[in-house]
Each structure stands twice: as structure tokens, then as C-alpha cells.
Design a protein around this ligand. Structure first.
Ligand code: LCS
Length: 393
């Protein structure tokens, strides 16, 4: 059967395409740094590209290729490029499309370090960036300059949960010859397929929903076209931010249960969002599954479900949030997200603390914002835990 033509859940289990001659049900871990050539001529052919034989694990490895092929299948792209971390994926994209004198337009509320490197490291190479509320396409359009080479988006954004109309931004960008990249970490391809909406590149921190078990740090870039795939592959290989075979094996293993994990976490999250929304000590809740989300209709159209991430603010601001976070017992007070366990954190003092206060405020990352990644525990226990913690506020 052609695995490109089977359903999403069948792809989760069977995609990858690296068969092994011993018949094992699972692609084995090729824990090797190098591969022997059949002959000097074969070695030369591998280097010239005439043979697709493996050379060296930084360049390619069957266990890693299995994961790359699977992610390309799931995102409907040409090819995947696995990286050591999500930040490896982010920098692979920046390094591939931005050079001296170039400019990038980004979602203002994006993962702290994805923005931070553009503010602190890339200016050293003459690269400029603008950060805008990309939930309004007029802001994206206004920020485009003659030297803009890339539009880099997060939707839903970390941690404001703002949503971008991907189809509209892709159309705008392409009319001006600009590439569009979307960080799809919050959704995974189960809930959103940016390449199908016209986007050129998708990336993931696979540390999150893709692996899903909070035991691996990993990243992936998926390109829609062969040209973009080749352009980024050579950058990743030469930056040396490649994945390790064991990391690839663990991530591929976690990925198999993506849909059942997200189904359960999302079901829990809808109930948690409704609970928080009604709670007298909560000031506001931002969740794409609530009608009060400013882009509720767009989320319904663009995503296959509202996901398992919520932002909310407590009456009494950060002080109240601090009390709540210090009193949870089941939920872990921890950064990261998208795992099977419920996590709670405070972006202004944790994931987004390296941004300037003005930058955070402009991006809507207010001091009272608390972020919750809802896990797959029994929802009654999650709600009981939050209720108890809120009672101390
Ligand atoms: N993109 C998004 C949307 C992320 O949330 C993260 C990490 C990254 C990229 C970077 O991935 P990494 O290198 O960590 O695999 N987000 C984190 C967060 O919100 N809390 O801790 C890490």
C-alpha cells in the first residue's frame, strides 16, 4: 500500500519508509557516526549524489531519515530536516533565508528565544527584524520592506494564543516574492497543516506534542518544495545542529500516539478552559475553543481543533498568579508544553523573561499572563488541583 495515500493515523504508525532487512516492526537505532562504502567508487558516488548511500550521521542516518520522512508525510511537504532542538530548526530557517541587509517580519508574541536571537545575535550580521501583531494582516503588510525576505509566524502564538490567517498571509507574501515559515509547535500537523494553506516552510519544536513525553529535546523543519528543502538541508548539515539517532528513535516512537494524546489533552483542555472561564478569581481566558477568543471563527476554519494550550490572567495580576503556581500539586510548575503531564508557567518571568518589558507589553505578554499546557490526566483531578490552588489566592 502507498503510505502517502493512507489516512493520518495510519501515517503516524507506518510512514517513514526505512524498512530493515531483519523484519523488525520498528525502525532500529543506527547508532553510528559513519557508514562504510562498498568501494572507493561507491564512496565517490555517495559524495557526488549519484548514489543515495549514507556517508556520515551529521549528513544523514536511516533512523533520522525515518522520522524526517514521516514528518514530511504528515505535513504534506517534500522533505523533513531533523535538528537537535526546536531552536536548531528556527536557526536553520533564519540562516537559510536571511543574509546581510535582509529583513524579516515576525509574530510579536512568539517563543522568547526565537525572537531573542533576532534581537541580539542576527543584528551582528546586518539582519533586521520587525515584530508585529500578525493576527491583523494589515500590520504584516505595513511592516514589509523592499529587503524583506521572510515572514516568520507562530499560530497560535506562544503564549498569547493569537491566531494568524495563514492563507491570507501566504498570498500577500507570495505577491511580493517573500517566503513564509510557520512554527506549528502548538498544533502539530494533527490540528493544522500550514503547507496546505500556501505556506512554504513549517517547523516544530518536537520536544512538545510530536514526541509528547517530556523526555526528548528535538526539532524539525519541513519544506514544501525540493528547492527549499535542499537550501535548508545544506545549512543544517554545516551548522552541525543535526539530530542524534537515539533522539530520532525516541521521537518517532512518541509520534505514533500523537492523535490519541492530542484528542485526550484537547478534551481535557476544553473542560479546563470552561472551568477557568467561569471562575470568579480569573480575569480573562484565551483559548481558541472559547467563543470569547477574538479569532474563534478563524481558528475553527484553519485548525482541526482548539488544542491543549490556554493562557489566562488572574484578578490581582502576577502576585495572584504566583500564589496559584506555588499551590498546584498535580500540575508541574515547569516550562515546556505539549507533554502528557499538565504544566503551568509564567511567561513574563520564565519563557519570555529575556525580552524587554516594553517588547513583552507590546506583544501582549502581560505580567498577569499564566500559561497552562493541559495533559492527559483525569480531567477531574486537573480541575480539582487548579481549584485548590485558586482557593489560596
Ligand atoms: N518554538 C516554540 C513555539 C516553542 O514553544 C519552543 C520551545 C521552541 C520553538 C524551541 O524549541 P526547543 O529548542 O526548546 O526544542 N518552547 C518552550 C516553552 O514554551 N517553554 O520551554 C520551552
Amino acid at each position: 500500500m502507498d503510505v502517502k495515500k493512507v489516512g493520518f493515523n495510519s501515517k503516524l504508525i507506518h510512514s517513514g519508509g526505512i524498512k530493515n532487512e531483519k523484519g523488525s516492526a520498528v525502525t532500529p537505532i543506527y547508532q553510528t557516526s559513519t557508514f562504510s562504502f562498498k568501494s572507493a567508487q561507491h564512496g565517490a558516488q555517495c559524495f557526488s549524489g549519484e548514489s543515495d548511500g549514507y556517508i556520515y550521521t551529521r549528513i544523514g542516518n536511516p533512523t533520522i531519515a525515518d522520522l524526517e520522512n514521516t514528518m514530511a508525510d504528515l505535513e504534506n511537504g517534500f522533505g523533513g530536516i531533523a535538528t537537535a532542538s526546536g531552536m536548531g530548526a528556527v536557526n536553520t530557517v533564519y540562516m537559510s533565508y536571511l543574509g546581510q541587509g535582509d529583513h524579516v517580519v515576525c509574530t510579536d508574541s512568539m517563543y522568547g528565544p526565537s525572537r531573542g536571537v533576532l534581537e541580539t545575535i542576527y543584528p551582528k550580521f546586518g539582519i533586521e527584524s520587525s515584530f508585529v501583531d500578525s493576527s491583523d494582516i494589515a500590520n504584516v503588510e505595513k511592516a514589509i520592506r523592499p529587503n524583506t525576505k521572510l515572514i516568520y509566524l507562530e499560530t497560535p502564538a506562544n503564549p498569547t494564543m493569537n491566531i494568524v490567517d495563514l492563507e491570507a498571509v501566504a498570498k500577500l507574501a507570495h505577491s511580493k516574492g517573500i517566503k513564509v515559515c510557520v512554527d506549528n509547535t502548538f498544533c502539530s500537523p494533527y490540528l493544522q497543516k500550514p503547507l496546505d494553506l500556501g505556506v512554504d516552510i513549517v517547523l516544530h519544536s518536537m520536544t512538545k506534542f510530536i514526541n509528547g513525553h517530556a523526555d526528548i529535546v528535538a526539532g524539525m523543519v519541513v519544506a514544501k518544495t525540493e528547492e527549499d528543502y535542499k537550501k535548508m538541508r545544506v545549512i543544517m548539515v554545516n551548522m552541525g545542529c543535526n539530530m542524534d539517532p537515539h533522539q530520532a528513535y525516541m521521537t518517532r516512537r512518541g509520534l505514533k500516539t500523537l492523535s490519541i494524546r492530542i484528542d485526550k489533552a484537547q478534551k481535557n483542555c476544553i473542560k479546563v478552559a470552561e472551568f477557568l472561564n467561569k471562575h470568579p478569581k480569573i480575569d480573562w481566558v484565551k483559548y481558541p475553543g472559547l467563543k470569547s477568543h477574538p479569532q474563534y471563527e478563524l481558528a475553527k476554519k484553519q485548525m482541526n481543533g482548539p488544542g491543549a494550550m490556554i493562557s489566562f490572567g488572574l484578578k490581582g495580576g502576577y502576585k495572584s498568579g504566583e500564589i496559584m503556581m506555588n499551590n498546584v500539586e498535580l500540575a508541574l510548575l515547569a516550562v515546556s508544553l505539549g507533554g502528557i503531564e499538565t504544566l503551568i508557567q509564567h511567561p513574563a518571568s520564565m519563557t519570555h523573561s529575556k525580552l524587554t518589558k516594553e517588547g513583552r507589553e507590546q506583544a501582549g505578554i502581560t505580567d498577569d499572563l499564566v500559561r497552562l499546557s493541559v495533559g492527559i490526566e483525569d480531567v477531574e483531578d486537573i480541575i480539582k488541583d487548579l481549584e485548590k490552588a485558586l482557593s489560596k489566592v
